[in-house]
Ligand binder design. Sequence first.
Ligand SMILES: C[S@@+](CC[C@H](N)C(=O)[O-])C[C@H]1O[C@@H](n2cnc3c(N)ncnc32)[C@H](O)[C@@H]1O
Length: 359
Amino acid sequence: MGLALYAPYLGYYVGGAKKFGEEGDFITAPELTPLFGQALAAQVEEIMRASASEVIEAGAGSGRLAVDLLLELERRECPPERYGILELSAELRARQRETLVRCAPRLAERVYWLDDLPPAFSGAVLANEVLDAMPLHVIAVRGGAVFERGVALAADAPETFAWADRPATGAVLEAARRLPLPGGGGEGRGEGGESGYVTEINLAAAAWVAEWGARLRRGALVLIDYGYPRDEFYAPLRARGTLMCHYRQRAHEDPFLWPGLADMTGSVDFSAMAEAGFDAGLDVLGYTSQGQFLLNCGVLDCLARREPEGAASYARAASAVRRLTMAREMGESFKVLALGREMDTPLLGFVRGDRTCAL
Ligand SMILES: C[S@@+](CC[C@H](N)C(=O)[O-])C[C@H]1O[C@@H](n2cnc3c(N)ncnc32)[C@H](O)[C@@H]1O
């Protein structure tokens, strides 16, 4: 997964194809509407006022969220002194710079790019749909034993990839042993078949969160992604795991189909992220659905405040808000987790409907 997404010249996020938006492979919340960034800005403002006037956004995609946040924070008279973007892909960095200079020229000079996490930081750290793009381990549980699934060449068709299982060892086995994994698959709906119960463990995402524990002096991380608390993630009904691929607005489950051209992603185990942060010294500040978080942050006020541009434009904006907040759309499948240090709670985004106890 690491190679398919990030190998130099060939990886999905490194190659030049258009990924985000309607002409790309998938649409993220900031690509759908500026109202997502405008609502998030209220949470960022609160974190900055309690820590420092700095933001770091990880995996900034096309740069759309950076533009929306900077413009809204300027309107709220609290533009961050510096806005760092932590981005692995050189091609995306160039695209982000171009978007910022075109859409927020006055504020673009506050933006800088980072190759790695800073040694120390105070302020707000944001990651929208970044944890799901970190390379994960696929495991299979059969007859009480845990196997790690790797990629091999198929014996009967040498140019074709195939899964190859071997007994899990080391960090993967250790992490698997701590999970409430259904024994041998086959329970309930979504039976895993002869592979057993197939699922994922994202050690890289947990390590990334833990790294912030050592570096965040004061402030909060706001992590937004699709996923579940642990008990739901490793439920018997999810016996085929959550690894998905996206190619031109179509989702499929076969990572061996067009590696490097299709996006690859897995849902986030938010309990694991909260635990990684907590073990690294961060406080769990809140956990809720994206819909509840955006409503708490005033997304409906942002909608009402839009410049009058006609009924059709209002209807489009209202429909985007519905998609972001409704339980049957992105409102429930996406969650928001806040981790931080030296911050008072509740944070604005979690004042109603906090579900930390579900983690
Ligand atoms: C699905 S895209 C989301 C883009 C954007 N946040 C949005 O919402 O439109 C995933 C992004 O995460 C980046 N990414 C993945 N792993 C990362 C890491 N360890 N550090 C920083 N960025 C990372 C990718 O390069 C890509 O820009």
